[in-house]
Design a protein around this ligand. Structure first.
Ligand code: UDP
Ligand code: MG
Length: 316
Protein backbone atom coordinates (compact mmCIF):
# COMPACT_ATOMS: atom_id res chain seq x y z
CA UNK A 1 0.00 0.00 0.00
CA UNK A 2 1.33 3.45 -0.94
CA UNK A 3 -0.27 5.63 1.65
CA UNK A 4 -1.94 5.67 5.05
CA UNK A 5 -3.70 8.85 6.05
CA UNK A 6 -4.20 9.08 9.79
CA UNK A 7 -6.81 11.54 11.00
CA UNK A 8 -7.36 12.17 14.74
CA UNK A 9 -10.80 13.55 15.39
CA UNK A 10 -12.83 14.80 18.30
CA UNK A 11 -16.35 16.03 17.54
CA UNK A 12 -15.89 16.68 13.84
CA UNK A 13 -19.08 15.16 12.39
CA UNK A 14 -19.66 17.95 9.86
CA UNK A 15 -16.18 17.93 8.36
CA UNK A 16 -15.64 14.20 7.86
CA UNK A 17 -17.64 13.51 4.66
CA UNK A 18 -16.06 16.44 2.87
CA UNK A 19 -12.58 15.50 4.06
CA UNK A 20 -12.87 11.85 3.01
CA UNK A 21 -14.32 12.79 -0.32
CA UNK A 22 -11.49 15.21 -0.99
CA UNK A 23 -8.79 12.70 0.03
CA UNK A 24 -10.40 10.13 -2.25
CA UNK A 25 -10.39 12.52 -5.22
CA UNK A 26 -6.72 13.39 -4.77
CA UNK A 27 -5.59 9.80 -4.26
CA UNK A 28 -7.50 8.35 -7.20
CA UNK A 29 -6.26 11.12 -9.45
CA UNK A 30 -2.68 10.10 -8.62
CA UNK A 31 -3.40 6.36 -8.62
CA UNK A 32 -2.32 5.90 -5.01
CA UNK A 33 -3.44 2.80 -3.20
CA UNK A 34 -4.37 4.21 0.19
CA UNK A 35 -6.22 3.81 3.44
CA UNK A 36 -7.73 6.49 5.64
CA UNK A 37 -7.59 5.71 9.36
CA UNK A 38 -10.09 7.85 11.24
CA UNK A 39 -9.36 7.76 14.95
CA UNK A 40 -12.35 8.95 16.93
CA UNK A 41 -10.92 10.30 20.17
CA UNK A 42 -14.08 9.78 22.22
CA UNK A 43 -16.35 12.20 20.39
CA UNK A 44 -19.71 12.92 21.93
CA UNK A 45 -21.38 14.03 18.73
CA UNK A 46 -22.26 11.73 15.83
CA UNK A 47 -18.71 11.45 14.48
CA UNK A 48 -18.55 7.68 14.92
CA UNK A 49 -21.84 7.09 13.07
CA UNK A 50 -20.46 9.25 10.27
CA UNK A 51 -17.25 7.19 10.22
CA UNK A 52 -19.27 3.97 9.91
CA UNK A 53 -21.39 5.47 7.17
CA UNK A 54 -18.30 6.59 5.26
CA UNK A 55 -16.85 3.10 5.60
CA UNK A 56 -19.99 1.71 3.96
CA UNK A 57 -19.39 3.97 0.98
CA UNK A 58 -15.64 3.49 0.69
CA UNK A 59 -13.87 0.38 1.95
CA UNK A 60 -10.57 2.21 2.11
CA UNK A 61 -11.85 4.09 5.11
CA UNK A 62 -11.18 2.48 8.47
CA UNK A 63 -12.17 3.61 11.94
CA UNK A 64 -11.00 3.26 15.50
CA UNK A 65 -13.15 4.55 18.34
CA UNK A 66 -11.74 5.29 21.77
CA UNK A 67 -13.77 4.65 24.87
CA UNK A 68 -13.31 8.28 25.91
CA UNK A 69 -11.30 11.37 24.98
CA UNK A 70 -7.60 10.61 25.50
CA UNK A 71 -6.10 13.45 23.46
CA UNK A 72 -4.57 13.93 20.06
CA UNK A 73 -1.32 12.14 20.92
CA UNK A 74 -3.08 8.93 21.84
CA UNK A 75 -5.17 9.11 18.68
CA UNK A 76 -2.13 9.58 16.48
CA UNK A 77 -0.29 6.80 18.27
CA UNK A 78 -3.09 4.33 17.66
CA UNK A 79 -3.31 5.40 14.02
CA UNK A 80 0.44 4.91 13.63
CA UNK A 81 0.22 1.40 15.05
CA UNK A 82 -2.50 0.47 12.58
CA UNK A 83 -1.00 2.12 9.49
CA UNK A 84 0.07 -0.19 6.66
CA UNK A 85 1.15 2.24 3.95
CA UNK A 86 4.79 2.81 2.98
CA UNK A 87 4.21 6.50 3.59
CA UNK A 88 2.08 7.80 6.45
CA UNK A 89 0.40 11.18 6.43
CA UNK A 90 -1.30 12.83 9.38
CA UNK A 91 -3.94 15.44 8.86
CA UNK A 92 -6.42 17.26 11.09
CA UNK A 93 -10.08 16.43 10.57
CA UNK A 94 -11.35 19.98 10.47
CA UNK A 95 -10.47 20.80 6.83
CA UNK A 96 -7.80 23.29 7.94
CA UNK A 97 -5.21 21.09 6.20
CA UNK A 98 -5.63 20.58 2.49
CA UNK A 99 -5.50 17.08 0.96
CA UNK A 100 -4.17 18.73 -2.19
CA UNK A 101 -0.77 18.74 -0.47
CA UNK A 102 -0.66 14.93 -0.30
CA UNK A 103 1.10 14.15 -3.62
CA UNK A 104 3.93 16.59 -3.10
CA UNK A 105 4.45 15.60 0.52
CA UNK A 106 4.56 11.96 -0.48
CA UNK A 107 7.10 12.57 -3.19
CA UNK A 108 9.39 14.33 -0.71
CA UNK A 109 9.63 10.99 1.12
CA UNK A 110 9.77 8.72 -1.91
CA UNK A 111 11.88 10.82 -4.25
CA UNK A 112 13.82 13.22 -2.08
CA UNK A 113 14.54 10.72 0.65
CA UNK A 114 13.14 12.59 3.65
CA UNK A 115 12.23 10.63 6.77
CA UNK A 116 9.72 13.22 7.95
CA UNK A 117 8.35 16.37 6.38
CA UNK A 118 6.37 18.78 8.49
CA UNK A 119 3.85 21.24 7.11
CA UNK A 120 4.52 24.91 7.71
CA UNK A 121 1.43 27.08 8.02
CA UNK A 122 3.18 30.21 6.88
CA UNK A 123 -0.09 32.06 6.47
CA UNK A 124 -2.38 31.08 9.34
CA UNK A 125 -6.09 31.49 9.79
CA UNK A 126 -6.27 31.32 13.55
CA UNK A 127 -6.67 33.75 16.40
CA UNK A 128 -3.52 35.90 16.60
CA UNK A 129 -3.51 36.38 20.35
CA UNK A 130 -4.27 32.87 21.55
CA UNK A 131 -2.64 30.92 18.74
CA UNK A 132 -0.21 32.68 16.46
CA UNK A 133 1.88 34.57 19.00
CA UNK A 134 2.25 31.71 21.52
CA UNK A 135 3.06 29.32 18.72
CA UNK A 136 5.82 31.60 17.40
CA UNK A 137 7.35 31.59 20.84
CA UNK A 138 7.18 27.80 21.22
CA UNK A 139 8.55 27.16 17.81
CA UNK A 140 11.54 29.39 18.54
CA UNK A 141 12.25 27.66 21.85
CA UNK A 142 11.76 24.18 20.40
CA UNK A 143 14.12 25.02 17.55
CA UNK A 144 16.75 26.08 20.01
CA UNK A 145 16.31 23.14 22.33
CA UNK A 146 16.04 20.41 19.72
CA UNK A 147 18.41 21.76 17.09
CA UNK A 148 15.78 20.99 14.43
CA UNK A 149 15.19 23.92 12.13
CA UNK A 150 11.46 23.87 11.58
CA UNK A 151 9.19 26.89 11.65
CA UNK A 152 6.05 25.08 12.69
CA UNK A 153 6.48 21.99 14.86
CA UNK A 154 2.82 21.66 15.71
CA UNK A 155 1.30 21.56 12.22
CA UNK A 156 -1.17 18.67 12.00
CA UNK A 157 -0.19 17.96 8.42
CA UNK A 158 2.94 15.84 8.32
CA UNK A 159 4.31 12.98 6.28
CA UNK A 160 6.51 10.12 7.45
CA UNK A 161 8.40 7.17 6.16
CA UNK A 162 6.63 4.12 7.63
CA UNK A 163 9.68 3.15 9.67
CA UNK A 164 9.51 6.46 11.56
CA UNK A 165 5.97 6.01 12.86
CA UNK A 166 6.70 2.43 13.86
CA UNK A 167 9.76 3.55 15.84
CA UNK A 168 8.23 6.23 18.03
CA UNK A 169 5.59 6.34 20.70
CA UNK A 170 3.47 9.47 20.91
CA UNK A 171 1.99 10.05 24.37
CA UNK A 172 0.91 12.82 26.71
CA UNK A 173 1.18 16.10 24.84
CA UNK A 174 4.01 14.95 22.63
CA UNK A 175 2.01 15.27 19.41
CA UNK A 176 3.47 18.77 19.28
CA UNK A 177 6.99 17.48 19.19
CA UNK A 178 6.91 14.49 16.88
CA UNK A 179 9.91 15.76 14.87
CA UNK A 180 11.86 15.83 18.12
CA UNK A 181 10.81 12.24 18.92
CA UNK A 182 11.86 11.22 15.42
CA UNK A 183 15.23 12.86 15.81
CA UNK A 184 15.79 11.09 19.12
CA UNK A 185 14.91 7.81 17.45
CA UNK A 186 17.74 8.46 15.01
CA UNK A 187 15.99 9.80 11.91
CA UNK A 188 18.01 12.62 10.48
CA UNK A 189 16.45 13.85 7.31
CA UNK A 190 13.68 16.07 8.61
CA UNK A 191 12.30 18.77 6.35
CA UNK A 192 9.40 21.12 5.96
CA UNK A 193 7.10 22.32 3.26
CA UNK A 194 4.94 25.42 3.21
CA UNK A 195 1.34 24.24 3.15
CA UNK A 196 -1.95 25.93 2.62
CA UNK A 197 -3.81 26.57 5.85
CA UNK A 198 -7.53 27.21 5.82
CA UNK A 199 -9.94 28.66 8.31
CA UNK A 200 -11.95 26.13 10.31
CA UNK A 201 -15.16 25.52 8.40
CA UNK A 202 -17.28 23.74 10.99
CA UNK A 203 -17.16 23.36 14.76
CA UNK A 204 -14.71 24.95 17.16
CA UNK A 205 -11.05 24.54 18.08
CA UNK A 206 -10.33 21.95 20.76
CA UNK A 207 -7.22 23.69 22.02
CA UNK A 208 -7.37 27.05 23.82
CA UNK A 209 -4.93 29.40 25.53
CA UNK A 210 -4.06 26.82 28.18
CA UNK A 211 -1.92 25.43 25.40
CA UNK A 212 0.44 28.27 26.17
CA UNK A 213 1.06 27.04 29.68
CA UNK A 214 1.09 23.36 28.71
CA UNK A 215 3.44 24.08 25.87
CA UNK A 216 5.81 25.86 28.21
CA UNK A 217 5.90 22.90 30.58
CA UNK A 218 6.29 20.53 27.66
CA UNK A 219 9.29 22.41 26.41
CA UNK A 220 10.87 22.27 29.86
CA UNK A 221 10.20 18.58 30.13
CA UNK A 222 11.42 17.63 26.67
CA UNK A 223 14.58 19.57 27.35
CA UNK A 224 15.35 18.20 30.76
CA UNK A 225 13.93 14.74 30.51
CA UNK A 226 15.40 14.37 27.04
CA UNK A 227 18.85 15.39 28.14
CA UNK A 228 18.97 14.00 31.63
CA UNK A 229 16.53 11.13 31.86
CA UNK A 230 19.30 8.52 31.97
CA UNK A 231 21.31 10.46 34.54
CA UNK A 232 19.19 12.94 36.49
CA UNK A 233 21.99 13.15 39.05
CA UNK A 234 24.21 14.86 36.51
CA UNK A 235 21.87 17.80 36.52
CA UNK A 236 20.56 17.85 40.05
CA UNK A 237 23.72 16.64 41.69
CA UNK A 238 25.64 19.57 40.26
CA UNK A 239 23.11 22.19 41.32
CA UNK A 240 22.66 20.52 44.68
CA UNK A 241 26.39 20.67 45.35
CA UNK A 242 26.61 24.26 44.19
CA UNK A 243 23.78 25.38 46.47
CA UNK A 244 25.22 23.47 49.36
CA UNK A 245 28.53 25.27 48.95
CA UNK A 246 26.85 28.68 48.63
CA UNK A 247 24.77 28.00 51.74
CA UNK A 248 27.83 26.84 53.64
CA UNK A 249 29.81 29.96 52.72
CA UNK A 250 26.93 32.25 53.73
CA UNK A 251 26.58 30.46 57.07
CA UNK A 252 30.27 30.79 57.69
CA UNK A 253 30.13 34.45 56.81
CA UNK A 254 27.23 35.04 59.19
CA UNK A 255 29.00 33.32 62.06
CA UNK A 256 32.16 35.30 61.51
CA UNK A 257 30.28 38.60 61.14
CA UNK A 258 28.45 37.91 64.40
CA UNK A 259 31.73 37.68 66.20
CA UNK A 260 33.23 40.81 64.69
CA UNK A 261 29.80 42.54 64.90
CA UNK A 262 30.17 44.24 61.55
CA UNK A 263 27.47 45.87 59.47
CA UNK A 264 27.79 43.39 56.70
CA UNK A 265 26.40 43.07 53.22
CA UNK A 266 24.34 40.01 54.00
CA UNK A 267 22.76 40.83 57.35
CA UNK A 268 21.40 44.07 55.96
CA UNK A 269 19.59 42.55 53.04
CA UNK A 270 16.42 40.57 53.80
CA UNK A 271 15.53 40.60 50.10
CA UNK A 272 18.67 38.62 49.48
CA UNK A 273 17.39 35.88 51.75
CA UNK A 274 13.97 35.98 50.16
CA UNK A 275 15.41 35.49 46.72
CA UNK A 276 17.59 32.70 47.96
CA UNK A 277 14.60 31.01 49.55
CA UNK A 278 12.60 31.40 46.35
CA UNK A 279 15.37 29.89 44.28
CA UNK A 280 15.68 26.95 46.61
CA UNK A 281 11.94 26.32 46.74
CA UNK A 282 11.88 26.60 42.94
CA UNK A 283 14.62 24.03 42.62
CA UNK A 284 12.80 21.65 44.93
CA UNK A 285 9.55 21.91 43.01
CA UNK A 286 11.38 21.56 39.74
CA UNK A 287 13.07 18.43 41.02
CA UNK A 288 9.75 16.99 42.18
CA UNK A 289 8.30 17.69 38.71
CA UNK A 290 11.29 16.17 37.02
CA UNK A 291 11.07 12.96 38.99
CA UNK A 292 7.33 12.67 38.39
CA UNK A 293 7.86 13.25 34.70
CA UNK A 294 10.47 10.50 34.57
CA UNK A 295 8.13 8.09 36.29
CA UNK A 296 5.17 9.07 34.12
CA UNK A 297 7.17 8.65 30.94
CA UNK A 298 8.43 5.25 31.81
CA UNK A 299 5.24 3.94 33.36
CA UNK A 300 3.93 0.98 31.39
CA UNK A 301 0.44 2.48 31.37
CA UNK A 302 1.25 5.76 29.65
CA UNK A 303 -0.54 4.73 26.51
CA UNK A 304 -3.10 2.37 27.96
CA UNK A 305 -6.25 3.59 26.35
CA UNK A 306 -9.37 1.59 25.79
CA UNK A 307 -10.71 1.03 22.32
CA UNK A 308 -14.47 0.73 22.16
CA UNK A 309 -14.84 -0.35 18.58
CA UNK A 310 -12.98 -0.72 15.31
CA UNK A 311 -14.21 -0.91 11.77
CA UNK A 312 -12.33 -2.10 8.71
CA UNK A 313 -9.54 -3.98 10.49
CA UNK A 314 -9.11 -7.72 10.40
CA UNK A 315 -9.60 -9.24 13.85
CA UNK A 316 -6.51 -10.99 15.07
N1 UDP B 1 -8.34 16.40 18.36
C1 UDP B 1 -8.36 15.13 18.91
N2 UDP B 1 -8.45 14.99 20.27
C2 UDP B 1 -8.52 16.07 21.10
C3 UDP B 1 -8.49 17.36 20.52
C4 UDP B 1 -8.39 17.49 19.15
O1 UDP B 1 -8.27 14.13 18.19
O2 UDP B 1 -8.60 15.89 22.31
C5 UDP B 1 -8.26 16.55 16.90
C6 UDP B 1 -9.27 17.51 16.30
O3 UDP B 1 -10.51 16.88 16.05
C7 UDP B 1 -8.58 17.93 15.03
C8 UDP B 1 -7.12 17.97 15.44
O4 UDP B 1 -7.01 17.14 16.59
O5 UDP B 1 -8.75 16.98 13.99
C9 UDP B 1 -6.64 19.37 15.73
O6 UDP B 1 -7.50 19.99 16.66
P1 UDP B 1 -8.04 21.48 16.49
O7 UDP B 1 -8.45 21.73 15.07
O8 UDP B 1 -9.06 21.71 17.53
O9 UDP B 1 -6.73 22.31 16.82
P2 UDP B 1 -6.28 23.69 16.13
O10 UDP B 1 -6.33 23.51 14.64
O11 UDP B 1 -7.24 24.70 16.61
O12 UDP B 1 -4.90 23.89 16.64
MG1 MG C 1 -7.84 22.92 13.55
Amino acid sequence: MDLSIVVPLFNEEESLPELCDWIHRVCTKHFFSYEVILVDDGSNDNSWQVVQQLRQENQRIKGIKFQRNYGKSAALNEGFKAAQGDVVITMDADLQDSPDEIPELRSMIIEQGYDLVSGWKKVRFDNTLTKNIPSKFFNAVTRKVSGIHLHDFNCGLKVYRKKVVKSIEVYGEMHRYIPVLAKWAGFKKIGEKIVEHRARKYGVTKFGWERFVNGFLDILSITFVGKFSKRPMHFFGLWGTLFFIIGFIIALFLIVSKFIDADTFITNRPSFYLSLTAIIIGMQLFLAGFISELIARNAPGRNNYLIEEKTGFQEK
